[in-house]
Write a protein that binds this ligand. Structure first.
Ligand SMILES: Cc1cc2nc3c(=O)[nH]c(=O)nc-3n(C[C@H](O)[C@H](O)[C@H](O)COP(=O)(O)O)c2cc1C
Ligand code: SF4
Length: 419
């Protein structure tokens, strides 16, 4: 295995802003390789590598770049909003390997012909925003960013912007609205940002992790990257492990690694595994059968879930699933942007019923009503946020509905005997 095929190889927690150390570890090899190629060749390398976006949807990166490459005055945006509960892998990259992301952005800009780029950083990561501003200055001073990069005639600059703490602004259309100074509301697609994005210009929005793998691909070559992991979904992937695992943290594995093996590497589950949520709060909650799932985009889709951001939250038998239902619905109610009625109202209804259930005041009829509400939201909500509530809700009720009903019955009984 070539160590340089992993983001972790470039992660330097002691001196992340030391650009000389980054170069010593193999940094900027990818950019130098890219500068010797045409835009079409760079896009060809990324397409042949099979890289899929790590922001959640797994869209092929080379294809996205290609659709913008012919456009007039395109922009590049790095999505560092990372609001998904249980997800902290972009933070890991930005805190330890900021130059890898800047290098990936510069290669992406070269491929699509962008002169200006933005990093949109989650509002709760102010220290990272400061670090990134310093890193851009240092990269410029060394000629890796700014005017006439490495005397190639290509110029590209990056500005850092900080979000206001909204989860929904992680959606690329809402993020672009926010960058333009508008309220962070999602917009209808089409037109896609690649057609009409920042200030009406074609725009590529890529996740931090996606961009961090780009220099690695250019440095190693497409085939080396394509030979790692799953055939249909190659390369490494960062997973954020939390909950009842012995050693929570960020781990990097080839795509397609079994969940069981990922958890083992993190020291295993503490106690007996009861439930596991994969892909973030908008992902389904599975029972222990999920241990045999292969973690890549196509395999997870086949299993009825989604790899999403690669968040993995393990829950042992001490967890009350009525409480999981409550915190999940509260998240949706608190983060709904309120732009459309089905989501604004639906999330509040779901939150109300889940809260009553957790207090022991719920009714069994609530469970059907919650399913119906989620079904309406899937069809009628304006953006993927409102449409996604059904996945965690229905999986919770399918897998743990009996436990939730028993909890309600028991609470009812305890109330009656105490009266
Ligand atoms: C509600 C919502 C929140 C999102 N949050 C993020 C996020 O925090 N980071 C991210 O990269 N993508 C997020 N996305 C996905 C982006 O819209 C977009 O698909 C992604 O940034 C594209 O990057 P990629 O092609 O490199 O995966 C979110 C999408 C939705 C609908
Ligand atoms: S679905 Fe929810 S988050 Fe999306 S636009 Fe409507 S209210 Fe906002």
């Amino acid at each position: 295995m070539n160590e340089r095929s992993r983001i972790s190889h470039f992660a330097n927690s002691e001196a992340p802003l030391d650009i000389a150390r980054y170069i010593e570890s193999g940094g900027y090899v990818g950019l130098m390789a890219a500068l010797g190629k045409t835009s079409a060749e760079v896009i060809g390398v990324v397409k042949n590598s099979g890289l899929r976006g790590r922001g959640g949807a797994g869209f092929p990166t080379g294809l996205k770049w290609e659709s913008v490459a012919a456009g007039e005055q395109p922009y590049l945006v790095c999505n560092a909003d990372e609001g998904e509960p249980g997800t902290f892998k972009d933070r890991f990259i930005l805190e330890r390997a900021p130059y890898l992301v800047l290098e990936g952005m510069t290669i992406a800009a070269l491929a699509i012909g962008a002169r200006e780029g933005y990093i949109y950083v989650r509002g709760e990561y102010p220290e990272i925003a400061k670090m990134l501003a310093l890193a851009t200055e240092k990269a410029k001073a060394r000629g890796y960013l700014g005017n006439d990069i490495l005397s190639s005639g290509f110029s590209f600059d990056v500005a850092v912007r900080v979000g206001g703490g909204s989860y929904v602004v992680g959606d690329e259309t809402a993020l672009l609205n926010s960058l333009m100074g508008n309220r962070g509301y999602p917009m209808l697609k089409p037109p896609f940002p690649t057609e009409k994005g920042l200030w009406g210009k074609p725009t590529v929005v890529n996740n931090v992790e996606t961009l961090a793998y780009v220099p690695i691909i250019l440095g190693l070559g497409a085939q080396a990257f394509a030979s790692i992991g799953s055939v249909n979904c190659p390369g490494y992937k960062l997973f954020s492990l939390s909950g009842h695992v012995a050693n929570p943290g960020v781990y990097e594995f080839p795509m397609g690694t079994r969940l069981r093996d990922v958890l083992e590497k993190a020291g295993g589950v503490t106690g007996t595994l009861k439930a596991i949520q994969i892909g973030g709060t908008a992902g389904p909650i599975f029972g222990p059968a999920a241990l045999d799932y292969n973690l890549d985009f196509p395999s997870m889709q086949k299993a009825g879930g989604a790899l999403g951001s690669g968040a993995i939250v393990a829950m042992n038998t001490s967890v009350n699933m009525a409480h999981v239902l409550e915190v999940t619905m509260r998240f949706f109610a608190q983060e709904s942007c309120g732009q459309c009625f089905p989501c604004r109202y639906g999330t509040r209804q779901l939150d109300y019923m889940a809260h009553r259930i957790a207090l022991g005041l719920g009714k069994v009829e609530y469970l059907d009503l919650m399913r119906e509400t989620a079904t309406v939201m899937v069809g009628a909500s304006f953006c993927p946020f409102g449409q996604s509530v059904a996945l965690p809700l229905k999986s919770l009720l399918d897998e743990f509905g009996d436990e939730i009903v028993s909890f309600m019955t028991e609470q009812q009984y305890l109330k009656e005997v105490s009266e």
